[in-house]
Design a protein around this ligand. Structure first.
Ligand code: AMP
Ligand code: ZN
Ligand code: ZN
Length: 455
């Protein structure tokens, strides 16, 4: 880490922080270094704090006394009366400093979003670290756009926003991601898969808000999976959002359309519920999007979801699965609809805030069929890493999408490996005659299918 200039800039602030912690009763250099490193989000260089302590002592702002602990010589520091005076007199300067840093952050944040990728990454890493001292951890501070008191803090961007500007910021960010990956190039009608949960509901509202910019129509699609009260509440939330926006909404009842519900499929197939349900949803959504005359299908998979898939794929070495994990899957031989994930670089937390601030009606319940697996554990651990290293998941997924996945795709995604389902004509994985959906459906309906046909 080459932080010479950065630490020169921070020196006055670190000095005031030293006095602040001393005033609170902290007395050892080690504790000061640990607490201030915590505020800055990275370890101060060793020795840095001692240089500052020495200088403050030379100015009479603190005094030091030698003692011993467990037979080791230690130095205890204490703030003096003039140190206390000095700290209190800096109130105005701190206030001015905060405004100045917000101003700079605003500029750098704008730059962060617009410049080319390599460039931007370098800038962002730099300012993210350097400016963190401006905003006390966990407090929203002021809106980066208008300067009014903020309602939401976005740690990885080191910025805060008020209730008015937060939704605008998030929608712009979604738009930037979509544009960067060409998600809506040439698209005239987008089908949004709305489960009723906060992610897909937020996606629906964000894309409805961008209709004018892109010139596309939006149609909402909800699948009624037939999971009792859970499905009823989900469908209700989806319907309310379609009405609220006045967009065309379609509710597809799985049982009416394919003859079976998700619980029936899960009972009939010996594999984890979420994986069976995932195959069924994917298939039914693509078909519903085609029926709706859409040229793109947008799902609400968020950054946390994708980060979790990436980690699970690494752990199990599922290179083909990782090769297929993309923000944009082009329309192909078997499907006339492009598949896009406009939220794949948006944190789940940011979407929850968006839904909350805009007061969107969402269904909050967890699916009762959800299997307890290692997935939840990985997700929690990722959030823990994120807390200590804001932006970690974003880099993980962005580097995956821009570097790792394309390399894997070259090796593992070959169009000639894709077969055609003998029942429905949709794609099958290598060597299979029947697609996963038709195999599940045959089991659920009890019509039977050759052993080993399940994908
Ligand atoms: P999940 O597989 O539950 O994590 O959901 C991922 C995405 O699939 C959601 O954000 C939605 O876009 C879509 N989705 C899930 N369930 C449904 C549903 N019942 N109806 C429509 N779309 C859904
Ligand atoms: Zn604002
Ligand atoms: Zn099939």
């Amino acid at each position: 880490m080459r932080g010479g200039r950065r630490y020169r800039l921070l020196r006055g602030i670190v000095s005031l922080l030293v006095l602040r912690y001393l005033a609170e009763g902290e007395e050892c250099g080690y504790g000061l270094r640990r607490r201030i490193s915590g505020v800055l989000g990275e370890a101060l260089p060793p020795g840095y704090i001692y240089v500052i302590l020495k200088s403050l002592r030379g100015r009479g702002l603190l005094d030091a006394r030698e003692g011993s602990r467990n037979g080791r010589r230690v130095v205890y520091y204490r703030i003096t009366d003039s140190g206390m005076d000095f700290l209190l007199r800096h109130r105005g300067a701190v206030e001015a400093g905060r405004r100045a840093i917000e101003e700079l952050t605003r500029f750098l944040e704008g730059r962060g979003g617009e410049s080319a990728r390599g460039d931007r990454d370098r800038h962002q890493t730099y300012w993210r670290r350097g400016a963190r001292c401006a905003v006390p951890a966990g407090s929203p501070g002021r809106c980066a756009i208008c300067g009014r008191p903020a309602a939401v803090r976005v740690p990885y961007a080191n910025a805060s926003f008020c209730e008015e500007h937060y939704p605008q910021w998030l929608e712009r960010r979604i738009r930037r991601v979509a544009d960067r990956y060409g998600m809506f190039d040439g698209v005239r009608r987008v089908a949004v898969a709305v489960s009723g949960g906060k992610d897909s509901v937020s996606l629906l509202h964000a894309l409805a808000g961008l209709r004018g910019d892109y010139g596309f129509e939006v149609v909402g699609i909800h699948l009624d999976l037939g999971i009792g009260e859970y499905s009823r509440a989900s469908a209700e939330a989806a319907r309310r959002n379609f009405e609220m926006l006045g967009v065309e909404g379609r509710i597809v009842d799985l049982r009416a359309r394919y003859g079976f519900s998700v619980p029936e499929a899960v009972r009939a197939v010996r594999r984890p519920a979420c994986s069976t349900c995932g195959v069924v949803k994917r298939y039914a959504l693509e078909e519903a999007a085609e029926d709706a005359g859409a040229d793109a299908l947008a799902t609400g998979h968020n950054l946390d979801d994708v980060a979790q898939f990436v980690m699970m794929g690494y752990q199990s070495g599922d290179l083909e699965g990782l090769a297929r994990l993309r923000p944009v899957i082009p329309a192909g031989r078997h499907y006339g609809v492009r598949s896009v994930k406009p939220l794949f670089l948006i944190y789940e937390r940011d979407l929850a805030e968006y839904a909350r601030i805009r007061g969107l009606p969402v269904a909050g319940a967890e699916c009762p069929l959800r299997d307890r697996t290692s997935q939840g554990f990985i997700r929690r651990k990722l959030l823990e890493i994120e807390e200590g290293m804001p932006g970690f998941m974003l880099r993980l997924v962005q580097e995956f999408a821009d570097g790792v996945q394309p390399a894997l795709a070259e090796r593992y995604l070959r169009e000639e490996d894709v077969g055609t389902c003998r029942i429905c004509g949709r794609p099958t994985s290598k060597g299979r005659e029947i697609c996963s959906f038709c195999a599940i459906r045959a089991r659920a309906l009890g019509t039977g299918v050759a052993p080993g046909a399940t994908g």
